[in-house]
Design a protein around this ligand. Structure first.
Ligand code: HEM
Length: 225
């Protein structure tokens, strides 16, 4: 039996789509600045990239606040349990119509691979992009040549780090777009992020199982103490 469950709350959907839009726009303007192609013109690309960067930083501040006040940050704690099963599914099982190795629920909406990748993005790639981007800005504009207070006297390392992060994010976007189509149906994941709701199999049982496991764990723990 399946039922329609609210998986993604309204702020979460707003944050997800704004982030998608901004990262896409930052990549588009960033690679023009890099010299990969010409569309807006270099000067415009720089102006637009800076505006989008500030909007992205504001969005990040709200998102961090939301993740901590709602406790949703816990969804992203990486786990290595079932990670092999999840990898096997994406590499082989998916082509043989195998069932998903992990089930989505309100309490656990990300599979182990998503947890790991999103955690890496949140604590490593995005902060690196923001910090290297800000260093790039402040290297260029106020001091005009150096960020003297932290001994940065060349743009080279900052540019390499920022560009490498941008390539990583572009690779993530491509993979993400493919993986979106691998839900219960080809559009179920996309629909869930648009409407918030998804048809979940046996959600009650999963939540019940998780409660039971938690109870068992605390029993084992207290008997050990
Ligand atoms: C808050 C976040 C960010 C800030 C503050 C920022 C800032 C900057 C700045 C100041 C530049 C140099 C512009 C110039 O030459 O005048 C730049 C370049 C660039 N940015 Fe960003 N950026 C951010 C996020 C991103 C993201 C998310 C991406 C890609 C997904 C990206 C991709 C690029 C690329 C490819 C370049 C050209 C690098 C080069 O060729 O050296 N940026 N960014």
């Amino acid at each position: 039996m399946s039922k329609s469950v609210l998986i993604y709350k309204s702020f979460e959907r707003f944050w997800h789509w704004m982030q998608a839009l901004l990262i896409f726009f930052l990549a588009a303007t960033g690679f023009e600045i890099h010299g990969t192609y010409s569309f807006f013109g270099f000067e415009n690309a720089v102006t637009y990239h800076n505006i989008a960067a500030y909007a992205f930083i504001i969005l990040i501040i709200f998102a961090v606040f939301w993740h901590f006040t709602t406790g949703e940050w816990k969804q992203y704690i990486p786990t290595f349990t079932h990670i092999k099963a999840q990898l096997n599914y994406y590499l082989f099982g998916i082509f043989k119509n195998a069932s998903h190795p992990t089930k989505k629920s309100v309490l656990s909406k990300l599979n182990p691979l998503q947890k790991l990748v999103y955690f890496g993005l949140k604590i490593l790639v995005i902060p690196v992009m923001v910090i290297s981007g800000l260093l790039y800005m402040f290297y260029r504009y106020p001091q005009n040549q150096t960020v003297a207070s932290i001994n940065i006297d060349s743009l080279e390392i900052i540019a390499i780090v920022h560009t490498a992060g941008a390539i990583l994010l572009a690779a993530f976007i491509v993979t993400h777009l493919y993986l979106i189509t691998t839900g219960t149906t080809a559009t179920s994941n996309l629909k869930a992020m648009l409407t918030g709701y998804e048809e979940i199999e046996h959600d009650d049982e999963i939540e019940h199982d998780e409660e039971e496991t938690e109870k068992e764990n605390s029993k084992t723990l207290s008997s050990k103490i």
